[in-house]
Design a protein around this ligand. Sequence first.
Ligand code: GLU
Length: 453
Amino acid sequence: MVRTRFAPSPTGFLHIGNLRSAVYPYAWAKNTGGKFILRIEDTDRERYVEGGIEAIKNTLEKFGISWDEYYVQSERKAAGIYAKAAEKLISSGHAFYCQCAAKNAKEEGFSNQLRDPCRDRGYISGAVKLKIPDNETVSYHDFVLDKDVSWSTDTVYDATLLKSDGFPTYHLAAMTDDLDMQISHIIRGHDWMPSTPIHLLVFQYLGGVRPEIGHLTDIQSPKGGKLSKRKDSVFCETFLNDGYLPDALLNFVILLGWAPKDNRELFTLSEFVRAFDPKGFQKSNPVFHTEKLDWFNGHYIRQISDTEITRLVKPYVKNDVEDTKLMQIIPLIKDRLVKLSDFPRLTSFFFSLPVFDPALFTAPDADLLLLSSAYDYLTSVTDWSKTGIETGWTDNIKASGRKVGDFFMALRIAVCGSRFTPPITDTMVVLGRDEVLTRIRQTIDNLKLKIKN
Ligand code: GLU
């Protein structure tokens, strides 16, 4: 049975790389009727962030990623599980007690030595370190990279397994757990690759069925180098707050390191579960292209109903805006909505008078005439609906010898304050007759002033 796990450390919000490390094992387990395990790796007390565990669970839930089993390493530590594993390694001669404080070891210049000076001192207490054998080869087949990888143990250092405070390091805790929890496949970040020989030895010495191991590629920043907190936006919550839909972000992340045999790009979580194939893991590093994420977001926004969009844009609009108003506006701007947070910028002119920008009128004299004729025509409209406004309008414009394109451009600028607007008649219907006429009147007055000066 496939048993996979996501093993985050609660050191802050989940980032894009974490989401990828969660969705792949989830899909693998669900695709095969296996089990997906959430394991909180919270034994590094210095990096522990208060509320971190809840934040991880909340974010996973937003993406629809649920787990079948749940473990917390600090609880397992309290139950003595890692101390027992360490003792087992000591008694079989594969680990030893060390009494150099980490700091002293460094000061004494031992930090560069692969073989710890305590390994032959026979201490009976202290931190526990792995006794790396000399002149052996350790190897495994990486299922992501699809290649055999091996190391000579002569290049591997005596890694700490249990610190002197009794807390296990990742090297001991994660391997003990992967065995205990009968994990079949470990999917983890590429930064763990250098530590893999240590892990292979720990697995071997603890005994049991070793999981298969795969290291995911590194996500690259479009600015160059690895994607990183320092230079890029990386936290899932930041993207969600910025108005990316969970489905869109997840779809984008799925394809950062995995690809189907065909060129299909659209996957909801359940579709990904169905399509998942471990052969789809990519070997070359993907680049985080925000434009691609934007494309997915636009796509998913257009998949949901206007009622749902109304609910989703609420956090981005002023409190007093009514749902009925939003329901009128959304169909008009939906095609241009990339992120939910763009909503206020795209729709500001529906809620407040646009600022008169003289630079938008490139031919003020001609525009003045166009707007005056628009004003005259619109005052004569009795039925303020799309058909009521549009019937006979274009003929009327043509008959007066004006260019239809120029006419509507002047009108767009007067009504919306921009050259790029939703369909103008629909917009005018939503704004209402009085508001539209006021805006055109004011623009005419402003243009006259501009021409005079
Ligand atoms: N706690 C480790 C991390 O967050 C887990 C790595 C793994 O999946 O084994 O990097």
